[in-house]
Ligand binder design. Structure first.
Ligand SMILES: *[C@@H]1O[C@H](CO)[C@@H](O)[C@H](O)[C@H]1NC(C)=O
Ligand SMILES: *[C@@H]1O[C@H](CO)[C@@H](O)[C@H](O)[C@H]1NC(C)=O
Ligand SMILES: *[C@@H]1O[C@H](CO)[C@@H](O)[C@H](O)[C@H]1NC(C)=O
Ligand SMILES: *[C@@H]1O[C@H](CO)[C@@H](O)[C@H](O)[C@H]1NC(C)=O
Ligand SMILES: *[C@@H]1O[C@H](CO)[C@@H](O)[C@H](O)[C@H]1NC(C)=O
Ligand SMILES: *[C@@H]1O[C@H](CO)[C@@H](O)[C@H](O)[C@H]1NC(C)=O
Ligand SMILES: *[C@@H]1O[C@H](CO)[C@@H](O)[C@H](O)[C@H]1NC(C)=O
Ligand SMILES: *[C@@H]1O[C@H](CO)[C@@H](O)[C@H](O)[C@H]1NC(C)=O
Ligand SMILES: *[C@@H]1O[C@H](CO)[C@@H](O)[C@H](O)[C@H]1NC(C)=O
Ligand SMILES: *[C@@H]1O[C@H](CO)[C@@H](O)[C@H](O)[C@H]1NC(C)=O
Ligand SMILES: *[C@@H]1O[C@H](CO)[C@@H](O)[C@H](O)[C@H]1NC(C)=O
Ligand SMILES: *[C@@H]1O[C@H](CO)[C@@H](O)[C@H](O)[C@H]1NC(C)=O
Length: 838
């Protein structure tokens, strides 16, 4: 090996001095270089390199991955080394520099690490360099610019650092430069790039580039693609980009660009994809925009500060497939001509101020029935009022997602909704809808999510919903539903069932309580359910949150409840439960919040409650417990538990000021004097738990067997402070406000999260408005109604104090406005860890 290395060294030195054009370099050089390349490959699962032997009898020109020259000087010399997608690990040998006649080098989609060898700059014949999709790090060697014949450089999807070399400006033949998905910083080289007149594709997306977009990019007159999204670019969009007449794709999304779209940009008549999503751009769109962009297929302007009308001329961009304008301040009616766009696939207009005041304003919906491949229709959180047109039932059968929630829509949900056989998600919550839930909904067997909450729907819950074999979420909260809970719902693989705040009567069906799929949430609170809680409740073995408070449930708390081993939140308050607390509850190790208040429970307060390690809030108030108040565990912290309204207790920690317990005689005692201050604090903690449970739900880690307390979740997470969030939202400026509700406000922001530039939505609870006395738990429940599809994951929770010292509570979501649409960019949003902290 020593000898081989020595030989390589000698030949390398020789090459440096005698190549180019030296006849002295033989194909033996290539041979040795290849063997040295092989040496540094530590793993070759597909075994392709096995065929590379060092016996000179075998011509490497026949080895896998090679092309050799045929004529003249190149005869027998390696001209192409192409080993993509072979899962090769190891580092790239600097000796590949000896492959002096190499024209193409493609090692993409492997697991190579280490740096790009500086020696690559000796490959003077190289045209095509593809090292993308590896784990390469270090800097891009500026000396690569010596390979003056380079046409294509593809180094994307690595972990390269440092700046983009200025020297690349000398690569005048460069056609394609792709550095996306790295860790590059600094600014886009302004001066050098303008010389790259042949450049067609420039992809620098998903790095950490800062500074402004240089004017000089406007000199790259052959540019077809310009993708510089997901960076930290600031300033305005340079007017000069309007000179890039050939441009078909312009991606500037997820930066911090300000100002208006320059007029010149509307000269880009070849543009097919324009994405300015998630910046701070302002202004309105010119009325004739669509006429200027005849080729337009994808228009993404979401999450900016655009205002004004949606130009009708967009209907003249007949190729339009995706029109995404959500999270802006667009106003006025939705153009009724959109139905002319027969290729329209995705129409996302949610969270604007679009209006429908009279029936003609709804003509757009009728016209959309012409769009035969429409798949997503997002109209959430606008000012759409008036009656829901029945033509909604004539939308394309390809429609998968229908969001019209949080408007002021009246009328009934028509039975004809069953025509929309492709629906997977329907959200009509937060409107003024009346009538009953259509029985025919039970025929839409692709449905996964049904959200009808916060309307005025009455009547019974149709049993037909039990036919939906892939339904996982059913949210009917805060309506006026009556009758029994249909036991057929137990046929659906629900993990989330929310029926709270209705007028449901009858017993809690046994069948519902035997659904192992119910893993996240069962909320039946604020109804008129009666009868005992069936012993079958022990079947909820995966459930994390159970709330049946404020009903008329009587009888004892079933012992079998102790089989719900994953419960973290248990609320049985405000019912007619009697008897004692079953000792089986001690099996539920992860219990964090227990509320049994306002029942007729009696007996002793069981000691095991003090042994539950994860518990942070315990409310036993207004029952008839008697005897000794335990002193260990949660009972040491008078602000974490409440026993008020139980007149026959004694002992406990001194702060409780209960009488001491005479042996075997329990005295009556009035505990009115106790000043319990638990509500706010316990509620904050409660909120945290709810949130943690939500996070668990969002993270798809549903099968967490071990009770993972929020504390373990909270440790080792990056902390987010009020200050961080203030910075991310520019002091919660109204410019970053993207939504307002009774619960508080939602801001968009941009923050460096775990080292990644992350666009976030921050929901700040309005604690003042509801008064300190109000339970924060109620606030948290509002969360469930704020489930915009763009908010995919809760990243973190911030609970603390604001700059004025007031309680401050916020949730931070990852914010991905339709990132999945850019198929060409292969953007797959990385799986974020399950994160929570306070
Ligand atoms: C060929 O490779 C083997 C193993 O790598 C080595 O032991 C042997 O000395 C090599 N032969 C020559 C001629 O380089
Ligand atoms: C080296 O080149 C000679 C002719 O130039 C050829 O005959 C021989 O096969 C080549 N060796 C290898 C290993 O390709
Ligand atoms: C170089 O890139 C251009 C544009 O991306 C592409 O059309 C061409 O095929 C590439 N050339 C080579 C040699 O791969
Ligand atoms: C990105 O580069 C910076 C230095 O510029 C380094 O501190 C950081 O760790 C890098 N990030 C990753 C994910 O490698
Ligand atoms: C780039 O274009 C500007 C005008 O837009 C021109 O003044 C400048 O000379 C150009 N630069 C080069 C290097 O051609
Ligand atoms: C975005 O730009 C504004 C205005 O230029 C600036 O105040 C803010 O700090 C920038 N935010 C980020 C995250 O860079
Ligand atoms: C658009 O192009 C036309 C000529 O094609 C030119 O006259 C006009 O100034 C350009 N507009 C802008 C805003 O650059
Ligand atoms: C659409 O294009 C036609 C023909 O070019 C034009 O007459 C019409 O005014 C355009 N519509 C809008 C709304 O701009
Ligand atoms: C649907 O398209 C046809 C022809 O393309 C047109 O005549 C009709 O007016 C359109 N309907 C609506 C509701 O836009
Ligand atoms: C749905 O379309 C059919 C056929 O085009 C039409 O007859 C019917 O009136 C439409 N229904 C509604 C409610 O618009
Ligand atoms: C749907 O449910 C209803 C009532 O539960 C039942 O009568 C009907 O047969 C079911 N239909 C299908 C297609 O399963
Ligand atoms: C609570 O824990 C203590 C010590 O850890 C133990 O002695 C006691 O038996 C436990 N009580 C119950 C009810 O589990």
């Amino acid at each position: 090996m020593e000898l081989l290395n020595f030989l390589l060294f000698i030949t390398t030195v020789a090459l440096c001095y005698f190549v180019p054009g030296s006849q002295a370099a033989t194909n033996g050089t290539d041979h040795l270089a290849l063997l040295s390349f092989k040496d540094l490959i530590t793993d070759d699962p597909s075994g392709v390199l096995k065929s590379w032997r060092n016996t000179s009898s075998v011509s490497y020109c026949q080895w896998h991955g090679f092309t050799c020259g045929a004529r003249g000087q190149r005869r027998g010399r390696v001209t192409a080394l192409e080993l993509p997608t072979l899962k090769l690990s190891g580092i790239i040998s600097p000796n590949i520099a000896n492959l002096a006649f190499l024209v193409r080098l493609d090692l993409s989609t492997n697991q190579l690490h280490g740096t790009i060898p500086r020696e690559s700059s000796l490959l003077l014949n190289l045209n095509h360099l593809d090292l993308s999709f590896n784990n390469l790090n270090g800097k891009i060697p500026p000396s690569l610019s010596h390979c003056s014949g380079l046409r294509n450089i593809s180094l994307g999807f690595n972990n390269l650092q440092g700046e983009i070399p200025e020297e690349f400006g000398t690569l005048v033949d460069l056609q394609s430069l792709s550095l996306l998905y790295n860790n590059l910083s600094g600014s886009i080289p302004a001066n050098s790039f303008q010389t790259l007149r042949k450049l067609q594709h420039l992809s620098l997306a998903k790095n950490k580039l800062s500074g402004v977009i240089p004017h000089s990019l406007g000199n790259l007159s052959n540019l077809l693609w310009l993708d510089i999204g997901y960076n930290y670019l600031t300033g305005t969009i340079p007017m000069s980009l309007g000179n890039l007449y050939s441009l078909t794709l312009l991606e500037l999304k997820f930066n911090n660009l300000t100002g208006q779209i320059p007029d010149s940009l509307f000269n880009l008549s070849s543009i097919q994809l324009l994405s300015l999503q998630s910046n701070n751009l302002q202004g309105s769109l010119p009325g004739d925009m669509g006429n200027k962009f005849p080729q337009l297929e994808y228009l993404y302007l979401g999450v900016n500060e655009f205002h004004g009308f949606i130009p009708s001329s967009l209907c003249n961009s007949t190729n339009l497939r995706d029109l995404v304008l959500e999270y802006n301040q667009f106003s006025g009616p939705i153009p009724p001509c959109l139905g002319q766009l027969d290729g329209l696939f995705r129409l996302e207009l949610g969270v604007n101020q679009l209006e429908a005041r009279d029936p003609t304003d709804w003509n757009f919906l009728t016209s959309l029935t012409n769009c035969s491949i429409l798949s997503h229709l997002g109209l959430s959180a606008n000012n759409l009022g008036g009656m829901l047109p029945s033509s909604i039932t004539n939308l394309s059968t390809t429609l998968q997602i229908l969001y019209i929630d949080y408007n002021a829509i009246e009328g009934d949900i028509p039975e004809g909704i069953m025509n929309l056989v492709g629906l997977t998600q329907i959200a009509v919550g937060g409107n003024l809808l009346q009538g009953t839930i259509p029985v025919s909904l039970g025929r839409l067997n692709m449905l996964q999510d049904i959200e009808l909450e916060l309307n005025k729907l009455g009547g019974m819950i149709p049993t037909s919903l039990g036919n939906l074999t892939i339904l996982t979420q059913l949210r009917l909260a805060e309506n006026q539903l009556t009758g029994n809970i249909p036991s057929s719902l137990a046929n659906c693989p629900l993990n989330w069932l929310d029926l709270q705040g209705n007028m449901l009567t009858g017993p809690v069906p046994k069948e519902i309580l035997q659904m192992p799929s119910l893993s996240v949430f069962l909320d039946l609170q604020n109804n008129m359910l009666s009868g005992p809680l069936p012993a079958e409740v022990g079947g909820l073995i995966n459930l994390q949150q159970l709330d049946i408070s404020n009903n008329r449930i009587s009888g004892e708390i079933p012992k079998s409840l102790g089989e719900c081993l994953l419960l973290g939140y248990l609320n049985l308050s405000k019912n007619l439960f009697e008897g004692s607390i079953p000792s089986s509850l001690s099996n539920i190790r992860g219990l964090q919040i227990i509320d049994l208040s306002y029942n007729n429970l009696s007996g002793h307060i069981p000691e095991f409650l003090g042994n539950l390690t994860g518990i942070i809030s315990l409310n036993l108030s207004f029952n008839d417990f008697y005897g000794v108040v335990p002193k260990q565990g949660i009972f040491q912290n008078s602000s974490a538990f409440s026993i008020t309204g139980n007149s026959r207790l004694c002992g406990g920690i001194p702060e409780l000021r209960l009488p001491s317990c005479p042996s075997k005689v329990y005295q009556k005692h009035h505990s009115q004097k106790m000043k319990l201050i638990i509500a706010p604090k316990a509620a904050i903690l409660g909120c945290i738990i709810l949130v943690s449970l939500l996070v668990v739900r969002f993270s798809r880690c549903r099968s967490l067997r071990n009770s993972q307390t929020s504390e373990t979740l909270m440790n080792d997470r990056p902390r987010v402070t009020y200050g961080d969030l203030a910075r991310a939202t520019e002091g919660f400026s109204s410019m970053n406000l993207i939504g307002n509700g009774s619960f508080g406000s939602v801001y968009k922001g941009f923050t460096n999260y775990n080292g990644k530039a992350t666009s976030v939505a921050i929901k700040v609870f309005n604690l003042q408005q509801h008064g300190a006395s109000q339970s924060f738990l109620a606030e948290c429940q509002a969360l469930r109604y704020v489930r915009h599809r763009n908010l995919v994951k809760i990243l973190t929770v911030c609970s603390g104090f604001d700059s004025a010292g007031n309680d401050f509570k916020a949730l931070v979501y990852e914010f991905i406005p339709n990132g999945n649409l850019d198929e060409w960019l292969i953007i797959q949003v990385e799986e974020m860890d399950l994160l929570i902290l306070c």
